[in-house]
Write a protein that binds this ligand. Structure first.
Ligand SMILES: Cc1cc2nc3c(=O)[nH]c(=O)nc-3n(C[C@H](O)[C@H](O)[C@H](O)COP(=O)(O)O)c2cc1C
Length: 359
């Protein structure tokens, strides 16, 4: 069998994954409206992909303030919680495992997505130049527009933001999620706090490395208190330069954070860039999102750089990605025109391999 290690079990926290192929977070902008509620169609989509060792949900906003795109699902209302319960149930019925990715978009947003047209919030009043967000226009069509100038959070608002994560963690726990992953990657609010280019604060949440990672540590501490550290992970992307992120001290922040993660005892780090720097500083499980094929994924695990590997785009058109990789079958290509927004087309209608053969 090719690349056996990818198909061997691994334990993350106390959760056993039957294989090491993880579905990476993919924003698909298909929550039902109004209310950004996860739907039966979304449950069908995730259940189709249940043979993944672990599914990580699309970034799920912990509050209306944390929304960074049209029709992204939330986890801050009773209806959203019930929707997620349906998704978790559908994945578990197919013997899968699923982590909720709790996210706050921060400045990568627009007043059209916010309550009462408020400006988005951020560590500092610095716009994400070149970053775009998906919105719905007045005529009902959707399209990407530039992110807007954010309002800096007051110091006394930060405890409230941390509480948004606590409330979302309670809801995710009640919805039955196996794991809770905190999004601090790819330019979201927590990443904006970590990175030197986006955080010019002069209070306890800006300046030194310790101050810039403080909110991340606060969030992990309280979420671990809610669901148990063994059920908590974090997504980081120290090498990410999209969404106008600049971090002159990315590696220093990573190694400082690694020490804190050890202390809290969280289950895993999902790294959006595979990096040996973390492996040397952190002894928990590492899921690398390595932008690679099965050979390289296998090599990352064999080298000990990662314990599991996350795939993004390949899961869009290959619901049975694990079986296809295991059988060395060709992978289908996703239609780029249906990635963001829409209905079943380009979402739940990609067939598993056997079905393709029968056509
Ligand atoms: C359609 C699509 C949507 C994505 N949405 C997000 C997102 O909202 N947040 C994020 O951090 N990464 C997002 N990603 C990145 C993936 O999680 C993953 O890191 C990336 O696709 C690299 O893996 P791959 O080469 O296997 O696709 C997205 C990727 C795709 C293809």
């Amino acid at each position: 069998m090719p690349h056996d290690t990818l198909f061997s079990p691994v334990t993350i926290g106390k959760l056993e994954l039957p294989n090491r192929i993880v579905m990476a977070p993919l924003a698909r902008h298909r929550a039902s409206q109004p209310g950004d509620v996860p739907s039966e169609m979304n449950a069908h989509y995730y259940a189709q992909r249940a043979s993944a060792g672990l599914i990580v949900t699309e970034p799920t906003q912990i509050s209306r303030q944390g929304q960074g795109g049209w029709a992204t699902p939330g986890i801050y209302t009773a209806a959203q919680e019930a929707g997620w319960k349906g998704i978790v149930g559908a994945v578990h019925a197919r013997h899968g495992r699923i982590a909720a990715l709790l996210s706050h978009a921060g400045r990568v947003s627009h007043r059209r997505l916010q309550e009462a047209g408020a400006p988005p919030v951020a560590p500092s009043a610095i716009r994400a130049r070149g970053a775009t967000v998906l919105i719905q226009h007045d005529d009902g069509t959707t399209g990407f527009i530039d992110a807007e100038d954010p309002r800096p959070l007051d110091t006394d608002e930060i405890a409230g933001v941390v509480l948004q994560y606590v409330d979302a963690a309670h809801r995710a726990d009640r919805a039955g999620f196996d794991l809770i992953e905190i999004d601090a990657a790819n330019g979201c609010l927590l990443h904006q706090f970590i990175a030197t280019g986006t955080n010019r604060r002069t209070d306890d949440y800006g300046g030194s490395v310790e101050n810039r990672v403080r909110i991340v540590v606060d969030v992990l501490d309280v979420v671990a208190g809610v669901v148990g550290a063994h059920r908590v992970g974090i997504r980081l992307s120290p090498g990410f330069t999209g969404a106008d992120i600049e971090d002159a001290e990315a590696l220093a922040s990573l190694s400082h954070l690694a020490g804190k993660l050890k202390r809290i005892g969280i289950a895993y780090v999902q790294l959006a860039d595979a990096d040996d720097a973390l492996r040397n500083a952190y002894d928990g499980a590492i899921i690398a999102t390595a932008d690679c094929g099965p050979e390289e994924a296998h090599a990352l695990i064999e080298r000990g750089t990662a314990d599991a590997v996350a795939f993004g785009l390949p899961f869009v058109a290959n619901p049975d990605l694990v079986e296809r990789m295991q059988a060395n079958r060709a992978l289908a290509d996703a239609d780029p025109s249906t990635l963001h927004g829409g209905g079943e087309a380009g979402y739940t209608d990609y067939p598993a391999f056997d079905d393709t053969q029968r056509r």
